[in-house]
Design a protein. Structure first.
Length: 333
């Protein structure tokens, strides 16, 4: 396999962007940041912070209104047809899962407005449970997938599909056990890929789980997760599809390797590595970025695809239990 080079570029750093457990979404070269916390178990705000990736980059804030989602952490977002969608999260004084009867939030950058899309069938058995530290992806057509996470108690392995046009949820086949929070999914070439996460006792790794929408079936590809031939187990990381020299890859990066004894209020061992998975050959390549400038190791961050061969990464929790306010791009060559 050809050597893949990459380069980190620091775009902006600001105090208002310091947060972890937030969501990051990219539409038309604009980076939209929502939610997260600066202090443990305290949602920072429910504004939308926007970084425009020009030269120079600019930072602006869309203040919250009475139509905005409530402040929350541990939500998950996906982009679809020029809009941003997010579901549930954790908030309020008790930091409980945000219960909105299966509704999903839609943000339209063209109008800077939020809308709450209530499902056509709100029967509790036909909608996903409220949760936090779940993950989401879209198929680029009409469907937003919601997977796993932490409800009021325990962890989940379920998979749901929300049709935006029909405003209808469909429960799909659950992913292979164990149930987990802090896992990641990505949609590429008609399939959904899942890896990593925390099952309550340890970080998961060594396996890429693949969901086929046409058959509603999961399969798994195992690999050696030694940090040399394949990425080591981790949670609260990222999984994003990229195209480099015409080939489709999944990039996974960063994340927490060993959880803190303080749980959600502390920082464990954070990773700073970057890996590419060739979806055709099912082989991993560890990416060594050019230059000396690169982000600090982190977990509880978020990122999104910027272009076919580049991604953006923002914020998160550093190893010193500090919330980070930097935003970087990583371009693969």
């Amino acid at each position: 396999m050809a050597v893949i080079q990459a380069k980190w570029t620091k775009v902006v750093e600001a105090e208002v962007l310091q947060r972890s457990s937030q969501v990051v979404s990219v539409i038309d070269g604009q980076v939209y940041i929502f939610g997260g916390e600066l202090r443990p178990r305290e949602p920072r705000d429910n504004n939308v912070h926007i970084v425009s990736l020009g030269r120079p980059a600019t930072l602006s804030t869309k203040p919250s209104t009475d139509k905005s989602p409530s402040p929350r952490v541990g939500t998950a977002s996906a982009t679809l047809n020029g809009k941003i969608y997010l579901f549930s999260g954790r908030g309020g004084a008790a930091m409980a899962p945000v219960e909105e009867s299966g509704a999903i939030w839609e943000f339209n950058p063209a109008s800077d407005e939020w809308s709450l899309l209530s499902p056509s069938d709100a029967n509790p058995s036909s909608i996903p449970a409220a949760r936090s530290y779940h993950c989401t992806a879209s198929d680029g057509k009409d469907t937003v997938f919601i997977h796993a996470g932490c409800p009021e108690k325990g962890r989940l392995s379920d998979l749901w599909a929300f049709s935006v046009s029909q405003k209808q949820w469909t429960e799909l086949a659950s992913a292979p056990d164990p149930p987990r929070g802090g896992t990641s999914i990505a949609f590429a070439q008609g399939r959904l890929y899942r890896m990593n996460g925390f099952d309550g006792e340890r970080e998961q790794g060594g396996r890429v789980d693949v969901y086929e929408p046409e058959t509603n079936l999961w399969s798994s590809h195992s690999f050696v997760s030694d940090g040399m031939t394949g990425p080591s187990p981790r949670s609260v990381a990222a999984l994003l599809p990229v195209v480099v020299s015409g080939r489709v890859y999944l990039v996974t990066l960063f994340g927490e390797q060993d959880p803190s004894s303080l749980g959600h209020q502390g920082a464990g061992k954070m990773l700073g590595d970057v890996w590419l998975f060739d979806v055709e050959t099912q082989l991993w390549t560890k990416v060594e970025a050019q230059g000396d400038e690169r982000p600090d190791p982190r977990g509880w961050f978020d990122g999104d695809v910027l272009g076919n061969g580049s991604i953006v990464v923002h914020g998160g929790l550093g190893e010193s239990n500090n919330r980070l306010g930097d935003l970087w791009t990583l371009e693969f060559v």
